[in-house]
Design a protein around this ligand. Sequence first.
Ligand code: ADP
Ligand code: MG
Length: 657
Amino acid sequence: MEEPKEIKKLDEAVINRIAAGEIIQRPANALKEMIENSLDAKSTNIQIMVKNGGLKLLQIQDNGTGIRKDDFPIVCERFTTSKLREFDDLQNISTYGFRGEALASISHIAHLTIVSKTCNELCAYKAQFVDGKLQGSPLPTAGNQGTIITVEDLFFNMSVRKKALRSPAEEYQKISEVVGKYAIHNSKVGFGLRKSTENNDIRTPPDSTCVENIRIIYGNSIAREVVDFELQNDILNFKARGHMTNVNYSSKKLTFLLFINNRLVDCNNLKKCIDQVYATYLPKNSHPFVYLSLELDPVSVDVNVHPTKHEVHFLNEEQIIEAVCGALETKLLKSNNSRVYYTQAKLPGVQVENLPLKDPDKDKSKINPKELVRTDANEQKIEKFFGAPLDQSTSKSKQTEVLSAPFISKVNRVETELASILELRKDVEKNCHRVLRDLFSQHVFVGAINPFQALIQYSTKLFLCNTKKIMSELLYQFILYNFQNFGFINFAKPLPVYDLALQALELSEVGWTPEDGEKTDLAQKITDILTKNGEMLNEYFSLNIDEGGQLVSLPLILDNYTPDIAGLPVYIVRLATEVNWETEKECFDTVAKETALYYSKMSENSKWETNDWKWVTEHVVYAAVKEYFIPPKKFTENVAVLEIANLPNLYKVFERC
Ligand code: ADP
Ligand code: MG
């Protein structure tokens, strides 16, 4: 008989690797852990970049509290955490992480780099980790407040796992689901997700709302049909809130987002039960969208059930599920059972809720026609009444193409690290007028009056918009968010800056007076200033002015959109005279502002491919406004948007006639 093989203890690194593989089964698991860490660190902005489905690269940047330099040596060791000290704490955790295993696990199966800066440190520190251990000592480096965690070559030492995850597209899909769900649950935090070579796939603004993020991530067909619910049960000691689609919406597949105590989890029993509730009211084989956030007494949740912390069990599970489903059913019965929508005439910005046409509780309730409002952007537009042909401008494919156009695809997209630009972006976000943002993101385009004015509808109100002011802000934001990534609009023959400046000085709007000095001297000065800064303008703005003072190219800010060439001379003069060339932040700010101002002056000659300004206004400008715009607070003062009519008041007028 053969000798049995000697029993050997496994190498510790191997044990750790196996354990790590249990926790991190695919890139989306690693990302979830990292998102939770960023949220625990009180971040308000989380940006994620992915290469090859997260297998090549998974990077997450946040603006949270950061990791102290002194903690670097142990941050990736197993069972190190800043969140739990005693076993008893486990029963009261309010942060996501609690076992200090995520980073350790990742470092065993990937190349892990951390860059982090806390508010007390003067610079950021960067370090690499292998098998839980810090390599060398953290090196000082430039960086913003917060943490960037870079995970490269995930599963590089687990070839079987790597082979099992064959499709980067599928992994990316999982990642994008995780990001979208966390963005909906944490709507105050801005989230971004993109592939390294492309534009953002997901972008939610900071300080958004749950419904707004549902709209961004799952689309308007769901967002416009959701109703919110909230319940509290003191006997079973739980709270629930969320959004559910009404009976107007159904899909082949159930979308169920479940958070228990702020953790994205699965609970199959609950999922089945919710689907059953809808089965009575939806057509056969169709399912709803439900986002549910449950808050249970932490003592009653068993989060320790599986290392992935996914499937959760809790005390009184059956009763709680029953109570939740009962409440959802009641709400569903009350929600609208008609395809006509109407909104209450509330202030813009107040949540527009779908109310029941026939409220079973109040049989006599009747909608007033003055509250009926057309809310579908694809429905007929004002042009129809003018007899204009309904051409390609209403075709859906064209619209989506345009929607994605403003962010220009370039193969080697660079993400700017300039603090000044990041600050300027922050300023934009801080300055956001929330009510107006709701208005713009949900508006229905009514019609363009001329190249600088248009009508939009929101709720039961009609607004007159100053397209030029809006566009100028919008383009300014595009410049900041696409910084260093513009394409070029090349001139067939370069234009001498000197000639352009001279031409501008002849214009009355520039307001030249003899006290300003000789026009030729001024033109020369302008040329000198711009030539001196040509290299910078070219590198950051794709605005190429060569050494000989010739304008070679302008930045391509919106795909296919070229600014009105008649405004070029004035733009050149304003660049030289209005830009603050002294300090970096002001310089970028003013160049961006001047450029946006120039590009926003649409004229009757403005074109997008072969489409005219009317088409551009609707399908480029206002489409982008709906999707991306962060309206500034000053809009309420400078009359960029003016309410000119609201339906209830118009009815009052008609009734009197
Ligand atoms: P846990 O989250 O369970 O504590 P992790 O391994 O996920 O364990 O993280 C270990 C520790 O690293 C955390 O307790 C926290 O102190 C720190 N940390 C991780 N990611 C971040 C981050 N993005 N910002 C600040 N601190 C972080
Ligand atoms: Mg964690």
